[in-house]
Design a protein around this ligand. Structure first.
Ligand code: SF4
Length: 316
């Protein structure tokens, strides 16, 4: 039994860094992104068992991230899930992230049998030019087909997009937005591309062949996606790469430990601009003021420049 849609589900992540991946995508280093390595898997699985046992009766998922789950060797996949099923009850299920090229009816039937209820697809982009520049190995149409198949088989569908991939244009950005409107996944993750030390992308960047998004561009693009997604009922569950990434491994790009907060501040700024004419006095509740002011006050400065009297509401 899974949680009814909208009810809180507790999630325990288990990272399988790049396990099952056919190649290494030019920008990826899951060991650095997740902070996990082969030795930490046993500890993660033991932690997942403990999580499942401790929260009996509550809706909860063990989530396998960081690799291509559906491309793993079947015996290995089954051994992982069998071990955790032994600690599960009917309120527990699994979530996996995978590559769109490794989705078909056969694997989805297998996923159903093994109590996987959520499938997140690392689509990254729907535009053929962008996918080809990143050597992802599928077309936009194939990504859409995989997503539709996941949906048709009754899974909760998550889509991961990666603003700022090599070759992106305003037109490809617009195309991604139209695809999201059409597909309406349940969940959306937005990971603006950053340049991680030691990846092929780092070489391209060093040669001047790749220019990452600025932080402002990444915030703006993610805020645009967020504004589009929310009214469509698409839940944005992650903005920016995990903050456990060591900043020393980030060579360039829009990485910020509190990227999600920056996007939320931008959304609030846009909302205030829509509600108040330029120059009007605005009285802000403390929570909103603090959000605008946080992490360098980027949005508060913009708001102060637009309005002559930006005040903090008195709290009684
Ligand atoms: S498929 Fe995903 S996890 Fe695997 S190398 Fe590519 S981006 Fe990384």
């Amino acid at each position: 039994m899974n949680a009814p849609r909208g009810e809180k589900t507790f999630i325990y992540p288990v990272f399988l860094p790049m396990q099952g991946c056919a190649g290494k995508c030019i920008y990826c280093d899951q060991n650095k992104i997740s902070g996990a390595d082969a030795d930490s898997l046993e500890a993660s699985l033991a932690g997942a068992e403990e999580f499942l046992l401790r929260h009996r009766g509550l809706a909860r998922q063990v989530a396998f991230y960081g690799g291509t789950f559906t491309a793993l060797d079947q015996e290995y996949r089954e051994a992982l899930l069998r071990r955790l099923l032994a600690a599960s009850d009917s309120f527990a299920s699994f979530r996996v992230s995978t590559h769109p090229a490794y989705i078909d009816s056969q694997i989805l039937t297998w996923c159903k049998q093994w109590r996987i209820s959520t499938i997140e697809l690392g689509v990254q982009d729907f535009s053929d030019e962008v996918l080809s520049a990143s050597k992802r190995g599928y077309t936009g149409a194939q990504a859409l087909e995989a997503a539709n198949l996941v949906r048709q088989h009754g899974f909760e569908l998550g889509v991961q997009l990666m603003p700022g991939l090599p070759g992106w244009t305003e037109a490809s950005l617009d195309y991604n937005q139209r695809m999201l409107e059409r597909l309406r996944p349940d969940l959306l993750r937005l990971y603006p591309l950053i340049v991680i030390k030691g990846t092929p992308l780092a070489k391209l960047w060093q040669q001047g062949a790749y220019q990452p998004l600025t932080l402002d561009q990444a915030i703006s693009q993610c805020a645009d996606y967020h504004s589009l997604a929310t009214p469509l009922g698409i839940r944005v569950i992650k903005l920016g790469l995990p903050s456990n990434l060591d900043p020393a491994d980030v060579l360039a790009g829009p990485w910020h430990a509190a990227f999600g907060e920056l996007v939320k501040a931008e959304l609030l700024y846009r909302d205030l601009c829509a509600r108040y004419p330029e120059g009007a006095a605005i009285i802000l509740p403390a929570r909103e003021f603090n959000l605008l002011k946080s992490h360098g006050g980027r949005c508060l400065k913009k708001l102060e420049a637009r309005h002559n009297n930006c005040m903090l509401e008195k709290e009684f």
